[in-house]
Design a protein around this ligand. Structure first.
Ligand SMILES: Cc1cc2nc3c(=O)[nH]c(=O)nc-3n(C[C@H](O)[C@H](O)[C@H](O)COP(=O)(O)O)c2cc1C
Length: 176
């Protein structure tokens, strides 16, 4: 069974991007896909001291995320845009790993409360992916996310019902 790991990059109090991650998780569960949602707010990683492959006793959350990355076929990053990039908490988490990412397919959902869909972080996420020898895959920008996803993590607009189904199909088509 295909395995897709969702990494939620929003950790702030009052965040909204968790709505998108929960909606996508439930859509994947309706398909023949094994899925895990790793929430960096619930499972924070320490500020980088040693990368996991160099660390004899990694933090349990680092070990948990590292094992999930090793076992997955797709890493789907769902991330808000902060100051035209992706959040520092997400960068810190990603930097704990390196060999774990080799040849892994990445997909991206970038979010914003405004009209640009968090798109300005996209090239930064691509650069990260290439730096760790991953494979950049499909992406979906989500503008005005509060208009399309409820606090309960449900999709509330037909537009995004379709966009997300199309996006998940595109991810599955990209899996080698
Ligand atoms: C530190 C910070 C920086 C932000 N910078 C941007 C930005 O550069 N572009 C943008 O569209 N929205 C920006 N926003 C607003 C986000 O679009 C908004 O927080 C949105 O709800 C998605 O992120 P969330 O998961 O934090 O809620 C920023 C928000 C914060 C907290």
């Amino acid at each position: 069974m295909l395995d897709i790991l969702i990494l939620l990059g929003s950790t702030r109090e009052g965040r909204k991007t968790d709505r998108v991650a929960r909606a996508v998780e439930s859509r994947l569960k309706n398909r023949d896909v094994e899925t895990h949602l790793f929430d960096l707010k619930e499972n924070p990683l320490p500020i980088l001291g040693k990368r996991r492959f160099n660390d004899d006793s990694p933090h349990p959350n680092t070990e948990k995320l590292g094992s999930l990355i090793e076992d997955t076929e797709v890493l789907l990053i769902i991330s808000p845009e902060y100051n035209h990039s992706y959040p520092g908490s997400l960068k810190n988490a990603l930097d704990h790993f390196y060999p774990e990412f080799e040849d892994l397919l990445f997909a991206y959902m970038t979010t914003s409360a405004g009209g640009f869909g968090g798109i300005r972080q996209q090239s930064h996420l691509h650069d990260f992916t290439l730096a760790v020898s991953g494979v950049p895959g499909p992406s979906l920008p989500v503008s005005n996310l509060q208009n399309h996803f409820s606090e309960e993590g449900k999709i509330t607009s037909e537009e995004y019902e379709k966009r997300i189904e199309d996006f998940l199909n595109e991810i599955i088509e990209h899996v080698p």
